[in-house]
Design a protein around this ligand. Structure first.
Ligand SMILES: [Zn+2]
Length: 447
């Protein structure tokens, strides 16, 4: 999540009168803020896994690596391991651990809570580690790695049925939003495993409004807010306390293909999820809440696109006094405008990109696919968008031609926090320092 994702979400969700927002996102008014440096041990540009590893272990690692020091070992699993915060909590306390993501649960962020591999693509191994971790709540996408290879759609290479093992270990299970509600509301549920999509789940713009991408195929996916509340309800039944990691993964997954509207909607969804955590903290003031991206993207807002301005597409971008304000309708109860293809829209552009066609319109037919591979294996602008909209502008990529999407940025990430220990977040901090604040707040720091 980058600063402009937050700005776009606030514009769409809260509205503006005479230059002032009519409200704030849930993390905007937290008392502590810090700029976070996200570099990996080997590179200026982090991927999600080595940045999340820095948060979960307090140590830098390399691109594609989770929970280990990179050595000369040739086997992905033979590098020296570094204990993660989830393992530290399990070893030293009686607290519960929860892992929630709307990506595949084997993806970088949930994986780096529990797993140790040189290659984040070891997804079957990561699924096994989620089971072995003993985390009490595990909710998200990625069901394909929990079923044996004989099951249709399974991506496992063996006959293990992890869902059966979760059940045997006393977990309640949920595979639809209705089952998630039933299982989490049951006062006897203290361990909960739920998977709601074989791959990454769908974002809020598609699930709630457009019904595109895979929503018709998987109509019963819960919202991130529902997974967050279910996790809090189940974990808080442990009187020793809990550690919960919730990832709004799709903000990043929509920034990559330059689909800023979908990223904005999921930033609003993140804000709604943070509101639930703040509600819990109201009655449990010993709760530390940290909201932080693992890295940024290159998006930025330049002005407002006005359909009524004359001339070719680029002339429709109003800047400075010509920008004025967009005309999105007021947000609904959940904080979303119910129309995004309005006549005055944010002019949101990314700084790193493959060849693509700039349409300056929201992609109502599914997530933007800016580039496709040609016969030589190079990514070129996807012609679909100029066929749909003949004034779309061809933009020559500024990344190598083997890149199909935008890339992460080296820019600082913005962290917000509230609760005991949050006062330690200030100024500029390295991502490894976030781990130190968390372990001190949990009483796991050096005695
Ligand atoms: Zn990413």
């Amino acid at each position: 999540m980058t600063i402009a994702n937050r700005t776009a979400a606030r514009v769409l969700s809260k509205g503006i009168v005479e230059g002032k927002y009519q409200g704030r996102l849930a993390f905007d008014d937290m008392p502590s803020t810090a700029m976070i440096g996200t570099f990996g041990s080997d590179s200026l540009i982090t991927d999600s896994v080595n940045s999340m590893s820095a948060y979960t272990t307090g140590h830098k690692t390399a691109v594609n690596a989770m929970g280990l020091y990179v050595s000369r070992a040739t086997d992905n699993l033979s590098h020296p391991k570094v204990e993660t915060i989830a393992e530290l909590i399990k070893r030293n306390t009686k607290m519960s651990v929860g892992i929630v993501s709307d990506a595949e649960l084997q993806d970088a962020t949930p994986g780096a809570m529990v797993a140790h591999t040189r290659r984040r693509a070891d997804k079957q191994y990561i699924a096994d580690q989620l089971l072995a971790s003993g985390a009490e709540v595990i909710l998200g996408g990625g069901s394909a790695y929990f079923y044996p290879q004989s099951t249709k759609g399974s991506k496992r290479k063996d006959d293990q049925n992890l869902v059966d093992v979760f059940k045997a270990k006393g977990y309640q299970t949920a595979f639809t939003k209705q089952e998630l509600a039933t299982s989490s509301e049951n006062k006897n549920t203290t361990k909960l495993f739920g998977v709601f999509h074989p791959d990454n789940m769908d974002g809020s713009l598609d699930r709630l409004y457009l019904k595109k991408n895979t929503v018709e195929q998987y109509p019963n996916q819960p919202d991130l807010t529902q997974m967050t509340q279910a996790a809090i309800d189940v974990l808080s039944r442990n009187s020793n306390g809990f550690f919960l990691m919730v990832e709004a993964a799709l903000i990043d997954k929509f920034n990559h293909p330059l689909d800023w509207e979908r990223a904005a909607f999921d930033t609003i969804m993140l804000s709604n999820a943070v509101d639930l955590a703040k509600n819990y903290a109201k009655n449990h003031p010993d709760t530390l809440i940290i909201v932080t991206p693992d890295h940024t993207h290159s998006g930025s807002i330049s002005g407002v696109v006005h359909d009524e301005r004359q001339g070719p597409l680029r002339e429709k971008v109003g800047v400075y006094a010509e920008a004025g304000y967009p005309n999105y309708p007021s947000a609904d109860m959940q904080g979303y405008p119910n129309k995004i293809d309005v006549s005055k829209r944010l002019a949101f552009f990314y700084g790193s990109y493959p060849d693509h066609y700039e349409t300056m319109h929201p992609k109502l037919d599914g997530t933007f696919v800016p580039a496709i591979k040609d016969e030589a294996g190079q990514f070129i602008a996807n012609p679909k968008y100029v066929q749909l909209q003949e004034d779309a502008i061809h933009v020559g990529g500024n990344l190598p031609a083997n890149q199909e999407s935008g890339v992460h940025a080296a820019d600082d990430a913005l962290l917000n926090a509230q609760g005991p220990g949050s006062e330690k977040f200030k100024g500029f901090m390295d991502n490894t320092q976030v781990f130190k604040v968390m372990v001190e707040s949990l009483g796991l720091g050096s005695k």
